[in-house]
Every structure is written in C-alpha cells, then in structure tokens.
Design a protein around this ligand. Structure first.
Ligand code: DAH
Length: 359
C-alpha cells in the first residue's frame, strides 16, 4: 500500500463521516438508537476510530494536517452527539407534559370493605348459641342419597309425605342421588358414624322445587339432634326455649303445636311470640293490626320432635335404650324475621344496596 493510497482513503473516510453523522444522529428516535449510531463512529470498531489508526500510514509531512482535521471532526461528532441527547430528553419531557394529566389531588377510589351475607351472619349466630349449649357442628354433602334423605328417616317408599318436598334428582349409576331437601340427612350420616350420646347441629343449603316470595329453590336450614339415654320432650322444650330467648331476647314466649314429620313421634311445630308486635308488651291493638303474625301474636319457626324408633333402627341404634330429639329450622326465615325482610328472594339477588343495609 502506498502513502498516496493512505492519503486518498483518509480523505475519503473523513468526507464520509462528515457527511453521515448529522443525519445518523438526527434520525435516532430514542436514546438507545442514538448511542448505537454514535458507537458506529466512535466505538472500538467505529469508522472514526479506524481512521485514526490509518494515520500511521499517512506520510509524515501531512500527518499534522490530517491529525488536526480528524480531531476537529471527532469533536464535532462528540458535540453533535451531546446535542442530540439533550434534544431527545427535551422531546420526551414535552411529550410527557402534553399527555393527559394525572391529578394527584383527586381522592382515590376506596375499595368497598366486604361484609358477611345475612345468611352467613345468622348461621354463625345460631351455631354459636347451640355450641354454647354443648352441641357439636356437623356437615354433610348437598348431593346425597335418596336413602338418607327419605328412607332412613322413616319415609315409606313413595309415600305422599315425600311430596311435601318436591325434589331435584341427580342422574347417577346405581344409587339414587338427589339434592337434599332438608338437613335431616346429616342426622342419618352422623348416627351411622357415631355412637350415642351425641348432640349435633348441622347447617347447610337445601333444595326444593319451590319458588315464590317466601320460598326459594335453594335455601338454608340448621338441623339439631340429641341422642342419649332418658332424653325427654321436656329437654327438647328447654333447649328450644333457651335458644329462642338467646336469639330474640328474654321476653320471647315459646309454644308447641302437634305436627307430623315421618322421623319424629310425637312431632311438633314451635312458634315464638311475634318479634314485630311484641305481645309481651301488652299492646293488644298493635298485635291485632300486625301483618307479620296476622294478629295471632305467634310466628312459626321450626319443626321438631322425639326421634322415631324407626329412625334409630335404620341406623343401628337400640330404640329400647336410647331416646332423642331433633329439630330443623329455616335460616332464611330467621334472617327475614331478624332483619324485617319481606321477600326471601332479596337474600339471593346480591343487590349491594340491600346487603349494605344489613349489618
Ligand atoms: N326436615 C324438616 C323439614 O325440612 C324439618 C324438621 C322437622 C327437622 C322436624 C327435624 C324435625 O329434625 O324433628 O321440613
């Protein structure tokens, strides 16, 4: 390679760089591409860096001249790079300022605190009352055997009494399964599992083909069962009276009316004095006008009775040795009485405006 070659190449190189760097920097849309463009010139493999190395081949008498030209160009490139960096930062800031503003003084959107559903609250309250009286809590599946829902509770096969509980059946191989129509299935399950003495309450969802302002196809019950030697109807009355008074206050009266359920004998329905017109306060005119108890002063709240010997036999308990009582009540009904709710469906619509009024 001759010296003249080097001179030509050096000059051409200088000219190329001088022509290219301005637009290369100008076109860079962000800092990263700007830095990349700069590295192509001044990086270890950059065009300018290579030119500097070529200096050695330039004839001695022209080195000074080319050296000065190259250095001047280097400085020009460095200044242009710094200028382009500043311009990019400025453009970015301007875009930020032009964008929609965040108003930091606006009050934030508060997350609404959740709360327990009225059914859950009443369930907890009922379970608390009964556990304080010594009952354990038991649970069972919502899809259960027909056998546990009806047969083992003393319903004769296809007895008209099963019509009281229009049911949802579930197709299954072999055993007949259904959505339980009452929590009484859990009585059966617990007695098959355990030996007396036992005292349980069992809350849960139950299902019937029923739908109007006081019936929902799904609703909640809590079942009670106590089995031991020498349990009497007086024990049942004592437990239910204590329960009603803890729930609705010490003035509430309790009365029983004979009733029929296949799994108890005798069976009864329990009424409490009306918690809306409060007959114990002696305002007879208020009771006469009360629409909730229809002027009777009483509200029906549960079914109960002494466990039928047939049920004991179906679970392998000796009916000569053991007696017991059972009861079942609608949790929805209690919630409706407690919070003055007139339509059961409101409990299941999940309208926050309704749910927020309760608790
Ligand atoms: N299982 C009954 C129903 O759903 C309620 C009931 C009545 C439960 C009497 C009982 C009882 O344990 O003894 O209508």
């Amino acid at each position: 390679m001759t010296d003249t070659d080097a001179v030509t190449r050096f000059e051409a190189g200088l000219a190329d760089v001088r022509e290219a760097f301005g637009s290369a920097f100008g076109e860079a849309a962000d800092e990263q591409s700007l830095r990349a463009a700069n590295a192509k010139l001044t990086g270890p493999e950059g065009t300018l860096t290579k030119l500097m190395k070529l200096m050695r081949e330039v004839p001695g008498d022209r080195r000074r001249e080319f050296g000065q030209a190259a250095n001047a160009l280097k400085e020009e490139v460095a200044a242009a790079f710094d200028g382009a960096l500043v311009a990019l930062a400025q453009a970015e800031r301007e875009a930020e300022l032009a964008a929609p503003h965040i108003d930091v003084s606006l009050p934030g959107r508060r997350p609404k605190p959740g709360r327990l559903h009225p059914i859950t609250r009443v369930t907890i309250e009922l379970v608390d009352i009964f556990t304080a009286l010594g009952f354990d809590v038991a649970h069972g599946p919502e899809i259960d055997l027909y056998e546990y829902n009806f047969d083992k509770l003393g319903f004769p096969p296809d007895h008209p009494a099963t019509d009281m509980q229009d049911s949802f059946f579930v197709k299954s191989d072999g055993a007949r399964s259904m959505l339980r129509t009452h929590t009484s299935t859990i009585q059966v399950r617990e007695m098959l599992k355990r030996k007396p003495p036992l005292a349980i309450v069992a809350p849960g969802a139950v299902y019937r083909r029923d739908d109007d302002i006081t019936h929902s196809p799904m609703f909640f019950q809590i079942e009670g069962l106590l089995v031991d030697e020498k349990v009497s109807f007086a024990d049942l009355k004592g437990v239910l009276t204590r329960f009603a008074q803890r729930l609705f206050g010490p003035d509430v009266g309790v009365r029983g009316r004979p009733s029929y359920f296949p799994f108890v004998e005798p069976g009864a329905e329990i009424d409490i004095s009306c918690v809306f017109c409060k007959p114990w306060e002696g305002d007879a005119a208020r009771t006469a006008a009360c629409r909730v108890c229809k002027g009777t002063g009483w509200l029906e709240i549960l079914g109960c009775g002494m466990v039928h010997p047939v049920v004991f036999e179906s679970v392998g308990y000796d009916p000569e040795k053991y007696t017991g009582f059972a009861f079942g009540l609608g949790i929805d009904r209690i919630a409706m009485l407690k919070y003055g709710i007139s339509d059961i469906r409101m409990l299941y619509e999940n309208d926050a405006r309704f749910l927020e009024q309760i608790g």
